[in-house]
Design a protein around this ligand. Sequence first.
Ligand SMILES: Cc1cc2nc3c(=O)[nH]c(=O)nc-3n(C[C@H](O)[C@H](O)[C@H](O)COP(=O)(O)OP(=O)(O)OC[C@H]3O[C@@H](n4cnc5c(N)ncnc54)[C@H](O)[C@@H]3O)c2cc1C
Length: 487
Amino acid sequence: MITNPAVNWLYSSEPEASTNGRRIPVPRGRLLGGSSALNGMAFVRGQAQDFDTWAQMGNQGWSYESVLPFFKRMESYGGGGDDTFRGRDGPLRVTNPEPREPFFAAVIKAAGEVGIAHNPDYNGARQDGIAMSQATIASGRRMSTARCYLDPVRRRSNLRIETGAVADGLLFDGKRCIGVRYSVGGPRRGELREARAAREVIVSGGTINSPQLLELSGIGQPERLQSLGMEVRQPLPGVGENLRDHYAPRTKWAIGTKGITYNDTARGLGLVRQALRYALSGRGLLGSVGAPMRAFVRSRDGLAAPDLLLGWVPMLTEPGPKGPKIARQSGVTCYAHPMRPESKGHIHVVSADPRRPPAIHFNFLSAPIDATLTARAVRIARAIMTAPAMAPLQVTELAPGSDRDSDEEILDWVRGAAETTYHPVGTCKMGSDAMAVVDHRLRVHGIDGLRVADASIMPTLTSGNTNAPSIMIGEKAADMVLKDATA
Ligand SMILES: Cc1cc2nc3c(=O)[nH]c(=O)nc-3n(C[C@H](O)[C@H](O)[C@H](O)COP(=O)(O)OP(=O)(O)OC[C@H]3O[C@@H](n4cnc5c(N)ncnc54)[C@H](O)[C@@H]3O)c2cc1C
């Protein structure tokens, strides 16, 4: 699905210095459930401090204490943990995969040797430590938002789901949003239709498409819109700004001991065995989360909370005709990156034509602290992979290569090789400052009857993956809509 145009918008970023002029793939789900229907299925909420920061920025009702009930309400977590933090009867089933492969036991031991303790519930009281990834997988099946939230209510008489429809403009009566114009009939602009709203319109197109739809509707930076011949309905300079993502180098390691990685156990006949295992038990590679193990780590002593994320995938991939495929060489991939990057990019339309993809500029590593922390994260990955507990696996560093030792040598490799972990946020930032797009109740500034509810409203990137906080935003938006409707 990572390369399939039938289910993926397949965006890519503009070339920039931090990528050595490369375009970085920006996959986004183009199906019901959005990116939750093709993501890596790791379930990570973030840290209490992430949400307390949002509240301190003036976003009333978004402190950790305020959002915790929504995190609990969304999930049915069967993996234990503390009821203070975990939900037991929500729509989204979250599980703990079993660490069957000996590789994971070795990494947990190796992390312990460099001072990183095992923490079985990083979505509980503390995030710190190394753990198997919690997953939006149950009985071997993906728990997308389409499956968990839409499927149970499909028969409601007041719900109509229209697929194959692309919204290309909002409808207004003055400063009030009264509906949506959309086209049906495939990716080329087909028949145009309108949907009218009795109360309000909620845009949930995600971090790439929500600012695009606002700009196409005349909400954004006046000079930019005018230069493209577009009418300005509401000047809002923050639309499309404040883009943040995790720029994540993938360190690569050869494993000499046989039978440890999926390169050995999931190729040829091994793949048949994996398919059988999946069919019988829902487990193994085919029932697995994208990166089955992760560590939340502090770059230095004295920090209040972890600032780096490392994730392990027990295999190497290589390019294939239909996208990445399992490589012949046996090995391990470990990505490592700062969790709360300060570098900010932007996404803007380049044409009034809704079919033209917007231009995505990440500006990775433009904040010096991001470069420092990225090099530090790679070094911590190296320390774990070369700790004594890993010796029985016969580990050799492939990338960046042990000869790249200084920050500059590591960053030089990062610029030529890193990609994101697909967590863009922030382009319709929530807040009350001049660059904010929505207020703390997710209402677009200056327009009545219009909310944005998706990852684009995050003022900062949360500490980890973004599916769980995006669903929390959806839960909280639903609560606001209901409260406003009955007020
Ligand atoms: C490959 C990949 C792997 C990931 N792995 C993980 C992971 O393991 N764990 C994790 O927590 N997060 C992961 N994420 C991120 C996570 O899935 C997203 O942060 C989350 O889904 C964002 O939710 P959203 O509602 O903001 O946007 P999306 O989920 O992208 O939903 C937007 C929806 O709007 C639709 N849309 C957009 N524009 C229009 C339009 N004009 N008209 C009609 N419909 C439109 C899209 O088709 C899509 O269905 C991953 C993402 C990707 C792409």
